[in-house]
Design a protein around this ligand. Structure first.
Ligand SMILES: [Zn+2]
Length: 196
């Protein structure tokens, strides 16, 4: 992976020269590279939600989006506590990447922004449909905790839902490994919400 490492360094360097990617937290360097690899996007904007979650986005995230992220995490932490989980329920432990929406509507015409991931990463798995797949959200790292969501321009309640749903995987990873393993791969059954 030496070539890949150099390309990441080049991206970070280019960011510095352009005055962008200025505020990449040290723990997010690796996840940033992962997020770019999966989405094919550049996350040139960084922000913090009011409650302290880190956000990296393809365009400047609005206050509405940042608040929707906080709401999703608040809902997630509430249901986690209800289930007796205590670990990793801190806003600042979460990094959310907002990728460009490659598709706005689901096949049935419902506003469901999603981004395409190349099947290359999934070659040979159940996800491999011989091209790309569209996802609304995707965990990229359990530790540190990070996931990607698709950019929304309206219906921000859907952002809260996706944050809550993707966050479930992370909460389970750190609190209930058995349940985590049951739901980590949706292609083997199970959907969201996992926690009730
Ligand atoms: Zn999921």
């Amino acid at each position: 992976m030496r070539i890949f490492k150099y390309s990441v360094a080049a991206v970070l360097l280019a960011g510095i020269f352009l005055g962008i990617t200025a505020d990449v937290n040290a723990q997010d360097r690796r996840t940033l590279a992962e997020a770019e690899k999966y989405s094919g996007d550049k996350f040139n904007y960084s922000a913090r939600t009011r409650r302290g979650a880190r956000v990296y986005a393809v365009s400047r995230p609005s206050a509405e989006v940042l608040n929707a992220i906080d709401k999703g995490l608040t809902d997630l932490f509430a249901v986690a506590r209800k289930n007796g989980y205590r670990s990793q329920l801190k806003y600042s432990s979460y990094s959310i990447f907002i990728a460009k929406a490659d598709r706005e509507n689901s096949s049935s015409g419902v506003y469901t922004p999603s981004f395409a991931i190349g099947a290359a990463q999934y070659a040979g798995t159940d996800y491999d449909k011989g091209g790309h797949i569209f996802v609304a959200g995707m965990v990229i790292s359990n530790n540190p905790m990070a996931f990607i969501i698709a950019e929304h321009t309206r219906e921000f309640n859907k952002v809260s839902d996706i944050v809550r749903y993707e966050g479930e995987h992370l909460v389970l990873y750190h609190n209930d490994r058995r349940k985590y393993n049951e739901t980590a791969d949706h292609s083997k059954g199970g959907g969201h919400p996992i926690l009730k």
